[in-house]
Design a protein around this ligand. Structure first.
Ligand code: BES
Ligand code: MG
Ligand code: ZN
Length: 489
């Protein structure tokens, strides 16, 4: 499938299906649209009237065009109010158009352009590819629903070819993340995650270091928290550290740390019926997005040094499993009473954060499918964001806005750390039910000394049950786009 900018007018374009975008309340036909309507004997005007099409967000109307014409079908699509237009509008509109055009070979997209949004071609490119991406790797027979689209022309964006390329590069990272999340736990294990990282390193010239169990035992005071989680698994833990270094001097040094539980059964606090144990292959969604971001960033080559860290393991049960009540010592020397083995993500991240800070980076962002409580608070489409540094928090929020990914900041309310007080160790790993995603963030904060740090709880948005917006059912690749935009700046 080829996406390209065209400098043609919609009047001269020949193809199967032409999509025309309208702002809400602006469906009067003027200029080229009026001429096109005339050429099509009033079809456009009729369709608008028949369908009572007003250009509202998420609305569309499709018609066939009879007779000998350059175009066989028309799509009218609403972008909503002009004042609300953002990159995300173009992305989701393109996704909706792509879904309406899968049976056609050539598609033309003409959307009203806004002076507020500079990267329209990039957003449209992302929307199309991500909406059409299907993961059929685990079907023995390919489904015959593959989109037939071959060429897509975008009107009015000549000169934005670089944006199309950037969009396609970011998409390659999002798709890697989706595929890692979709693959079940017998397919993506700590070992295969490390292999994937190794492949990225080889293909894109990244530095790679895999810390084996013994290396983790020897890092500072020993990664007892991370290793405690993995100790019941038959598969060895793999602590993955990929580094992207620019050619010249880096203007900044950043670390991205992704929770990488390739399966989370809860441990001896076993997940019970109804808790979604069968979905817990997605518990490496943070690590998947970290590797996806690495893939895109390595190709986009910013002037920034980036460290990508995935402390990969499984949370399993066996005679070797950590017991509820065990006390673990993290690599910074802090001791943790494990009052719930199912709060394992924070244990793995504790050591990963200490490691990230030891690299003397300017900022750390971690991302984790950390708590069901965050889903209760914010639902499935919005991730939680916590930050120790306003500037860094704002950087991530701005990047998210460009990326069209939703975050909502929650407080690092120090008082709630009281809920994690332990009688016997420095802290417990879980507190009361109330404010569960906040206490999780406060727990992580114990493992970052003074580096500006942002924590993202992505438990909701990492997965989608149905096709919606740019997503299909399954792994979404959230928040690769935000991470890439943040690093690129
Ligand atoms: N991986 C889960 C969080 C999760 C839940 C992610 C649902 C995606 C969907 C995490 O390890 C976990 O089990 N958290 C517990 C914490 C509790 C024991 C304090 C939870 O959220 O129930
Ligand atoms: Mg758990
Ligand atoms: Zn988990």
């Amino acid at each position: 499938m080829q996406i390209q900018a065209t400098d043609k007018s919609i009047l001269d374009w020949t193809g199967d299906i032409l999509a025309l975008g309208f702002y809400e309340g602006a469906t009067e036909l003027t200029g080229d649209l009026a001429q096109l309507d005339e050429k099509l004997a009033g079809t456009l005007q009729e369709l608008i009237a028949d369908e009572e099409f007003e250009g509202k967000t998420g609305t569309s109307a499709v018609t066939r065009i009879s007779g000998p014409n350059n175009v066989r079908k028309l799509i009218l699509i609403g972008l909503g109010k002009e004042d609300d237009i953002k990159a995300a509008t173009y992305r989701t509109t393109a996704a909706a158009i792509a879904r309406l055009a899968t049976k056609d070979k050539t598609l033309g997209i003409s959307l009203p352009l806004s002076s507020e949004v500079s990267d329209v071609a990039q957003a449209i490119t992302e929307g199309i590819h991500l909406a059409l991406h299907q993961d059929n790797r685990f079907k023995s027979e390919p489904e015959d629903k593959a989109p037939k689209l071959e060429t897509i022309d975008i009107f009015g964006v000549s000169g934005q070819e670089a944006g199309i390329n950037k969009g396609e590069t970011i998409v390659s990272g999002v798709i890697l993340a989706r595929e890692l999340v979709n693959a079940p736990a017998n397919e993506v294990t700590p070992v295969t995650m490390a292999e994937t990282a190794q492949q990225l390193a080889t293909e894109y010239g990244l530095e790679i270091k895999i810390l084996e169990q013994a290396d983790c035992e020897n890092f500072e005071q020993g990664m007892g928290a991370y290793l405690g989680v993995g100790q019941a698994s038959d598969i060895p833990p793999k602590f993955i550290h990929l580094t992207y270094k620019p050619q010249g001097t880096a203007k900044r040094k950043l670390a991205i740390v992704g929770k990488s539980l390739t399966f989370d059964c809860g441990g001896l606090n076993l997940k019970v019926g109804g808790s979604g144990i069968e979905t817990m292959k997605m518990d490496m969604g943070g690590g998947a997005a970290t590797l996806g971001a690495a893939k895109a960033i390595a190709q986009l080559k910013p002037d920034v040094e980036v460290h990508f860290i995935c402390a990969a393991t499984e949370n399993m049960i066996s005679g070797k499993a950590m017991h509820p009540g065990d006390i673990l010592k993290a690599s910074n020397g802090k001791t943790i009473e494990v009052n719930n083995t199912d709060a394992e993500g924070r244990l793995t991240l504790a050591d990963a954060l200490v490691y990230a800070e030891s690299l003397e980076v300017d900022a750390i962002v971690d991302l984790a499918t950390l708590t069901g409580a965050c889903i209760v608070a914010l639902g499935n489409n919005i991730a939680g964001l916590w930050s120790t540094d306003e500037t860094l928090g704002n950087e991530v929020k701005t990047a998210a806005e460009t990326a069209g990914e939703k975050f909502w900041q929650l407080p690092l309310e120090d008082k709630y750390f009281e809920g994690l007080k332990s009688k016997i160790a420095d802290m417990k790993n879980t507190g009361p039910r109330a404010g569960g995603s906040i206490t999780a963030a406060l727990f992580l904060k114990q493992f970052v000394k003074d580096t500006p740090w942002v924590h993202l709880d992505i438990a909701g948005p990492v997965w989608s049950d149905k096709p919606e917006g740019i997503n299909n059912a399954g792994g979404t690749g959230f928040p690769v786009k935000t991470l890439v935009e943040w690093v690129i700046g």
